[in-house]
Design a protein around this ligand. Sequence first.
Ligand code: SF4
Ligand code: SF4
Length: 95
Amino acid sequence: MDKFMEMATKMAQMSPEERKQMMMKNRSMCVCGKCPTYTSCMKDNGELLFCSTGKSACAVETKGCICPTCPVTNMMGLTHAYYCAKGTEKELRGM
Ligand code: SF4
Ligand code: SF4
């Protein structure tokens, strides 16, 4: 089992409150706000953590993705990028 599957299993066993805390912690570490692809529309919508929450509701013009440099990538064992345009890590794995 790879790291992401281990983390997904661990999160599935958490209480809703623990899961919420974990999401808030990950959101605070998300570096999307510093990314060239991040837009004022995303900011105005309060959008972050696309790897967990999925595609942006805003139009996305891809100009580079800094997800590989984000601490959440390492912590959660993420293997993709451009989540704001393509959807969650789970979706990209066909889960
Ligand atoms: S991996 Fe990307 S989408 Fe996920 S928290 Fe980090 S910067 Fe945000
Ligand atoms: S998901 Fe990747 S491309 Fe989209 S805003 Fe975050 S870092 Fe940038």
